[in-house]
Write a protein that binds this ligand. Structure first.
Ligand SMILES: C[S@@+](CC[C@H](N)C(=O)[O-])C[C@H]1O[C@@H](n2cnc3c(N)ncnc32)[C@H](O)[C@@H]1O
Length: 173
């Protein structure tokens, strides 16, 4: 009985520590990726973070086309491996890199641009975290789901190749 109770307590502890899955994997269409980086004004040598980087497409375009130092943060081990393999194949390392871990636990103090395609409920948790961590002048571009507590500097709507509409929000600290 005691053993069961202890196991129950331990499972609770583990559960507390487990990173929250902040959104399912759903990739941004390539044409929208490019517009996110243009809207964010990404320049050569700037530091880009994609929070929840999926297959790494934002990070790879940021490094390859915009000349950024691009870092993706991804929780899903399979996606981390997939995106690292694509980066290696395109010889984009070290300009493009993927960190495996929880996007809520990283330091973004050197970010010039952050890209976000997560869920509304996640954005509510994330915006105060970024507000504390980001340097003055850093930009954030959100895909489809805004930061309701922040006022966007610019909002754009773009159609993908299948005629689906996407809204982008640009914020500046
Ligand atoms: C909607 S997808 C966006 C993928 C990519 N940013 C894009 O726009 O194509 C959200 C991604 O966030 C990742 N994710 C969810 N929770 C996370 C967390 N706590 N830390 C890091 N990544 C997370 C998911 O595995 C998924 O790949």
């Amino acid at each position: 009985m005691w053993m069961l109770f202890c196991l129950f307590l331990l499972s609770f502890q583990d559960h507390d520590k487990a990173p929250e899955r902040a959104a399912p994997y759903y990739p941004t269409p390539q044409v929208v990726v490019e517009q996110m980086l243009k809207l964010g004004g990404l320049r050569r040598g700037e530091k880009l973070y994609d929070l929840g980087s999926g297959d790494g497409r934002i990070v790879m375009l940021g490094a390859a086309k915009f000349g950024a130092k691009a870092v993706g943060v991804e929780l899903d081990h399979g996606l981390v491996q997939q995106s690292r393999a694509s980066i290696a194949k395109l010889k984009l390392h070290p300009a493009a890199q993927i960190m495996e871990g929880d996007l809520f636990e990283q330091d973004y103090s050197d970010a010039d641009l952050i890209t976000v395609y997560l869920l509304p409920v996640t954005n509510i948790r994330l915006s105060p975290v970024l507000e504390k961590k980001l340097k003055k002048g850093a930009r954030v571009v959100c895909h489809d789901f805004e930061f309701t507590e922040w006022k966007p500097e610019k909002t754009e709507t773009i159609e993908d190749n299948e005629g689906r509409s996407h809204t982008l929000f640009l914020y500046r600290r």
